[in-house]
Design a protein around this ligand. Sequence first.
Ligand SMILES: Nc1ncnc2c1ncn2[C@@H]1O[C@H](COP(=O)(O)OP(=O)(O)OP(=O)(O)O)[C@@H](O)[C@H]1O
Ligand SMILES: [Mg+2]
Length: 349
Amino acid sequence: MTLWLGGLKRANVVSASGILEYSYKDLQRATYNFTTLIGQGAFGPVYKAQMSTGETVAVKVLATDSKQGEEEFQTEVMLLGRLHHRNLVNLVGYCAEKGQHMLIYVYMSKGSLASHLYSEKNEPLSWDLRVQIALDVARGLEYLHDGAVPPVIHRDIKSSNILLDHSMRARVADFGLSREEMVNKHVSNLRGTFGYLDPEYISTRTFTKKSDVYSFGVLIFELIAGRNPQQGLMEYVELAAMNTEGKVGWDEIADSHFDGKFDVQELNDVAALAYKCINRVPRKRPSMRDIVQVLSRMLKLRHNKKHHRHSSATAAEVHIDVDQPSQQIPISEHRREESLDSTADPSEV
Ligand SMILES: Nc1ncnc2c1ncn2[C@@H]1O[C@H](COP(=O)(O)OP(=O)(O)OP(=O)(O)O)[C@@H](O)[C@H]1O
Ligand SMILES: [Mg+2]
């Protein structure tokens, strides 16, 4: 009975933006009276909630006394209602009741990229997986920059805002600092996170798509080195760049967690791409579209190499592995279609 009523209520409260309005009481129940804390961000706590419909969601409670939080709430609800992509953490609903504002997101069971890079609790991420994560993030950003109408600039790309789903595919979270390009191009106070901020933005106070590209470049170096930008990542990178002339030799900054298990050529290529992203001159940085192309080509090549190795090995052994279906990877370089499940197309790299 409760289940049935719950379903009916939800169906009735779909807002004009396509986002569901959740009742405070339901969320209170689903979070065991707000005791299932997952984390604490700049704007308030995040809870895990088990809804009576069976779905698990993440509830972000915005601090009520924060004016910024209020603005962020409205921006996020408005923006996210129309943004859907397999590499974005989709907003599924909101709650505005009892003086509280909450955002309800799809639950990402493997947590943040930062927790995988820096917490001892998690197994180190392999190089192969890190490149896939970089491509996932690039696709999410490419959608925001070139797929969304009007375009959206994220403004706070960093490893704690990249979340991983059950199959370790990455999605971009937190559009709280997003602004549509047309609106508010100039804002008076600096926003974003220290260590990821485009120096050009700091001096001109103008945030562009290329500022996101800069933060993305920092994020790639973070993936390569397993080091936080707040702990001197970029000084480390600049030092390495002096020896590498921006091209080869980047393996000297490779995360020791790789234990030597990475493709040197691939790491050098990814680092060279990241180095272009952090160019001081914004117009010399690649676009997210260029980045998606480079990374997906790289992964296609890797897959072909593996496939080739696999087929020569199997030919030599005259052995057919029936559990390994041949993996052709028809990749469209620019995916636009929506998907709620990143595992929907397992052949995609
Ligand atoms: N949809 C989600 N699914 C699972 N965990 C989430 C989800 N959203 C947030 N979290 C977790 O909750 C924690 C807090 O997130 P939150 O976005 O509030 O803070 P933050 O990203 O650390 O910093 P900032 O406030 O600058 O974004 C993070 O550690 C994140 O891993
Ligand atoms: Mg966040």
